[in-house]
Design a binder for this molecule. Structure first.
Ligand SMILES: Cc1cc2nc3c(=O)[nH]c(=O)nc-3n(C[C@H](O)[C@H](O)[C@H](O)COP(=O)(O)OP(=O)(O)OC[C@H]3O[C@@H](n4cnc5c(N)ncnc54)[C@H](O)[C@@H]3O)c2cc1C
Length: 399
């Protein structure tokens, strides 16, 4: 443990790179540490390889957090920080019609390559080792790793969450010694349901989705739903997954025909009287969905449409507008893009410094800040990383 670093950043993901580049740019001797030699892997995977890196409509209501006031203060302190960071990296960006910001190239590699280049140009030192604990000591912190240890005057903890373990997600029990941590829970992930329709596996449909807790609706989304074997996925389902922890009896209701009222759908179906039941939903939805709806109502595919009773047609219309799936859980961290929970945001100041450990800073997903889909999680990672990098530099040069 020879050298004393000004700043050691633990975790070379989006927030860690933002912190290290910012601290080094200001003049801090900076070491960026990661357990893996491959860094920024979630950035590479983000946005299906396109990297939805930010959103023009960022606001506190786009996030779940234990401390909305601090989040608001951090997000609004310097709204130009993220655009300027990318301008400085040389990454040309463009927003889509809904405000989601992507690299102009539409390739995540444009972002990761620019991060690697900037870190190298600035002389950010890099090391591969797994941090096992961070110990406050006189004049700074000992960062004890699997192979060696390093000493720093200021430390930025940017280790992310346990989500997606194959690309950097990791559980770090040592965090609990440094701050109050709310248990991590998988989020932005598919949901397991009480119904398993093998014939629907791989089928997609557009729907309006309502998440209920018992009888009470608690969240609504619209979008494409993908049926799996006992799972529902797609962006709309992933958004709903953020509300699962607050529901005691969660179930999702799909409205397959949101532009029609139940009465209109009933009347439309009632007029279809020729041929067999397998033709009832022609022009309305894919066969596997139509056949499943019929089966659920006990109607055989070869039953004559002329023989269907008004009650049977009403029941079909009702099911198509309120197709309920009990939610039995999430598909876990393996399939989660992010995690709810983490180091309580209320345990840091708006400059990201721990309220209990001077010189210790947190950034990114390790904090209890979880955004909805749309670039909000990466926006938080860059923003909090930039603030933590600036603050860590200021800490070492003012103390
Ligand atoms: C498939 C996928 C797609 C996504 N798409 C988007 C998207 O389009 N838009 C968006 O905004 N968000 C997206 N996200 C979420 C977003 O990528 C993350 O919220 C963000 O990357 C978190 O950044 P971070 O720096 O906080 O943590 P991470 O990126 O997880 O980085 C943490 C780093 O710390 C290292 N580390 C952990 N523990 C230790 C330790 N003990 N010692 C040393 N190193 C350690 C890890 O190896 C890792 O490199 C996506 C996530 C996934 C998984």
């Amino acid at each position: 443990m020879s050298k004393t670093w000004d700043v050691v950043v633990i975790g070379a993901g989006a927030s860690g790179y933002a912190a290290a580049v910012t601290a080094r740019q200001k003049g801090a001797e900076t070491l960026l540490l990661d357990a893996s030699a491959k860094t920024a892997r979630k950035v590479s995977a983000s946005g299906n390889g396109r990297c939805n890196l930010s959103n023009l409509h960022v606001g506190v209501d786009c996030y779940r957090t234990d401390d909305p006031a601090t989040l608001g203060a951090v997000l609004s302190a310097d709204p130009q920080a993220v655009p300027l960071f990318f301008a400085d990296l040389g990454v040309l960006t463009q927003p889509d019609d809904e405000g989601r910001v992507y690299p102009w190239s539409n390739r995540a590699a444009s972002v990761t390559d620019a991060l690697y280049l900037k870190a190298d140009e600035l002389g950010v030192a890099r090391m591969t080792d797994e941090v096992k604990e961070v110990l406050p000591t006189k004049g700074g912190y000992v960062v004890r790793c699997a192979i060696g240890s390093v000493f720093a005057r200021a430390v930025v903890v940017a280790v992310g969450s346990p989500a997606s373990p194959t690309i950097g997600g990791r559980d770090n029990p040592w965090l609990a010694a440094l701050a109050e941590v709310r248990p991590f829970l998988p989020a932005l992930c598919p949901l397991k349901t009480d119904k398993k329709y093998f014939s629907l596996k791989g089928v997609r449909t557009f729907a309006d989705l309502t998440l209920f807790d018992g009888d009470a609706p608690i969240a609504r989304e619209k979008g494409e739903v993908l049926f799996g074997e006992g799972t529902l996925s797609g962006i709309a389902v992933m958004q709903l997954s953020l509300s699962i922890p607050i529901a005691r009896r969660p179930h999702i209701s799909l409205d397959l025909f949101p532009t029609l009222s139940e009465e209109e759908l009933y009347r439309m179906l009632s007029m279809r009287r020729k041929g067999d039941a397998d033709k009832l939903f022609v022009g309305l939805c894919d066969k596997p969905i139509a056949y499943t709806l019929l089966k659920e109502e006990g109607i055989g595919l070869s039953q004559g449409l002329a023989d269907l009773t008004p009650d049977q047609i009403r029941a079909l219309a009702h099911r198509a507008k309120n197709w309920s799936f009990g939610v039995t859980g999430t598909t876990g961290f393996d399939h989660a893009q992010v995690a709810l929970g983490g180091v309580k945001l209320s345990s840091v100041y708006p400059n990201m410094e721990s309220k209990t450990h001077p010189g210790l800073f947190f950034a990114g997903e390790v904090l209890d800040v979880t955004g909805v889909c749309g670039g909000f999680n990466l926006h938080w990672a860059w923003t909090s990383g930039i603030v933590a990098g600036r603050s860590a530099f200021a800490f070492c040069h003012l103390t």
